[in-house]
Design a protein around this ligand. Structure first.
Ligand SMILES: [Zn+2]
Length: 413
C-alpha cells in the first residue's frame, strides 16, 4: 500500500470516530452536533491544504480549487450526514474520496504546470439522508433549483426546529450561492450486493430507479378500547396495518420486474394503550426501474386504499408526495469513467442505482459521473455497513482520474 492510500484510510478512520456508535456505525443526522463536528473536521482538512471553503444558503459546504479564475467548477462530493444508527461509509466515503481526489489533481497540475479550463470543488451536500428533515437530498435539490430555498429552510424536525435554525445553531448557514457547476462527480458505496457477489471493483452508474414516496394519514375516531362495541370502531391503527400489508403485497403482483416497497415510519395518535387510535401517519416508499410498473403499482395501491377505507371505516388522506423518474446519467460521462477505469486496470460493470443520491439531482443540470464501490453483503443504513480497504482506495484512484479528465475538458458529447 502506498502513502496516498494510507492517507485515505487514516483520514477515513479519523472521520469515522466522529458521531461513532458503540456497534461500529455513526449517527450524524443533518445539522446536529455530530454533523457540525464532521463539517469542522472537513473544513480543517481543506484549509490546511490551501482550499478556500464556503457555505451556501442551504448549508452545502464547498472546498474550492480555482486554477482558472472565473471558470465554472467540477463539483465532486457526497454527504457527511447519516441515518440514525447509520453506517460509516454511506456518504462520508464519497466526501472524503472527493477531498483526496481534488487534492491529488491539484498536485498533478501544480507539478506539470498545466492550467486546466475548469476548476474543482469538494462538496458536502446538506441533508442527503432526509431522516431529521424531509425530503432527502435537500441541499442538492436547492442547489439545482428543484426545491425553493425558503421552503427548505422552513422544514421542521419532530421537535419543531427548522432547517434554518438548526444550520444557524451549528454555524453553517451561509449567505451566498455555491460555485457555478460545469460538471459533477460522486462516488458512493453500492448499498446492494451486485459488485460484492460478482467480485467487480467499480460500478459505472447509468441510471437511477424511479421512486415514489408519500406521506399518508389514516383518519379514524378516538374511542375507548374496552367499552366501544366492535362495530362502532374507526380504528386508524388497524387501517394503517392494512396499508402496510397492502404496500408489501404490491411486490407480488409484479413477479417479472423488481419493485421495492416499504412503510418506513409510523406515528400513532394519541398512542395510548387504552385508546382506539384516531389517526396514524405513515411514510410509504415505492421504487422500480420501470416507470410503468411504478405507476401501475400506485394505481393498485389507490384501489387498495378505497377497499381498506370501506373495510375498516377510516379515511385515507394523501398528505404529501415526492417523486423522481427513471433518468439516465449522460452516456458520455459513463464512457469517460469507463475509459478511466480501463486505464487504471480496474474491473467494472454498468449498473443502476436503486437509492437516490445527490448526483441524481446534479445530473439534471450538468453532465454527471456516478461511481460505486462494493458494499460487503449489500448492507446499508446499518451500523455493520462495510467496504474493504482495497476497494476504498481503488475508488479514490478512479475518482481522481475522472476528476482530472473532467477538469481538462475531456468530456465529449
Ligand atoms: Zn448516501
Amino acid at each position: 500500500m502506498n502513502a496516498a492510500d494510507r492517507a485515505v484510510l487514516d483520514d477515513f478512520h479519523a472521520l469515522s470516530a466522529l458521531g461513532a456508535t458503540e456497534a461500529g456505525g455513526v449517527e450524524r443526522q443533518a445539522a446536529t452536533e455530530a454533523d457540525r463536528q464532521t463539517r469542522e473536521w472537513l473544513v480543517d482538512w481543506l484549509t490546511t491544504r490551501g482550499f478556500t471553503t464556503t457555505v451556501d444558503r442551504i448549508g452545502n459546504l464547498f472546498g474550492l480549487r480555482e486554477w482558472t479564475p472565473g471558470a465554472p467548477f467540477v463539483l465532486v462530493g457526497s454527504h457527511l450526514d447519516s441515518q440514525p444508527r447509520g453506517g460509516r461509509y454511506d456518504g462520508a466515503y464519497g466526501v472524503l474520496a472527493a477531498a483526496h481526489a481534488v487534492q491529488r489533481v491539484h498536485e498533478r497540475f501544480a507539478s506539470s504546470g498545466e492550467t486546466p479550463p475548469f476548476n474543482a470543488a469538494v462538496v458536502n451536500w446538506f441533508n442527503e439522508e432526509g431522516s431529521r428533515f424531509k425530503p432527502s437530498m435537500m441541499g442538492s435539490a436547492v442547489y439545482t433549483g428543484k426545491m425553493p430555498l425558503e421552503e427548505a429552510l422552513a422544514v421542521t424536525d419532530l421537535d419543531g426546529v427548522s432547517v434554518e435554525e438548526a444550520l444557524a445553531r451549528i454555524g453553517f448557514l451561509g449567505e451566498q450561492d455555491g460555485p457555478r457547476a460545469a460538471f459533477a462527480a460522486e462516488i458512493h458505496i453500492e448499498q446492494g450486493r451486485v459488485l460484492d457477489k460478482e467480485g467487480i471493483q467499480i460500478g459505472l452508474v447509468e441510471s437511477n430507479w424511479a421512486a415514489h414516496k408519500y406521506q399518508i394519514s389514516v383518519v379514524g375516531a378516538q374511542s375507548h378500547t374496552g367499552s366501544t362495541v366492535m362495530a362502532d370502531r374507526q380504528d386508524a391503527l388497524l387501517g394503517a396495518a392494512r396499508v402496510i400489508v397492502a404496500v408489501r403485497e404490491l411486490v407480488d403482483r409484479f413477479p417479472d420486474t423488481p419493485l421495492h416497497t416499504s412503510a418506513g415510519q409510523l406515528f400513532v395518535h394519541p398512542n395510548s394503550p387504552v385508546v382506539v387510535a384516531r389517526e396514524a401517519e405513515l411514510h410509504l416508499d415505492l421504487r422500480s426501474e420501470s416507470l410503468e410498473v411504478l405507476q401501475e403499482a400506485d394505481a393498485i395501491l389507490n384501489r387498495e386504499f378505497a377497499a381498506i377505507e370501506a373495510s375498516t371505516n377510516v379515511k385515507i388522506v394523501k398528505k404529501s408526495a415526492h417523486f423522481w423518474p427513471v433518468n439516465p446519467y449522460q452516456p458520455e460521462g459513463v464512457e469517460l469513467a469507463r475509459e478511466a477505469a480501463e486505464a487504471l486496470g480496474l474491473s467494472h460493470r454498468p449498473m443502476l442505482t436503486l437509492a437516490g443520491h445527490d448526483s441524481t439531482n446534479l445530473k439534471d443540470i450538468v453532465p454527471t459521473v456516478m461511481l460505486f464501490v462494493p458494499s460487503v453483503e449489500g448492507i446499508s443504513h446499518n451500523e455493520h455497513e462495510f467496504t474493504h480497504d482495497e476497494d476504498i482506495c481503488a475508488g479514490v484512484n478512479l475518482l481522481t482520474e475522472v476528476v482530472a479528465r473532467l477538469c481538462r475538458g475531456d468530456l465529449r458529447s
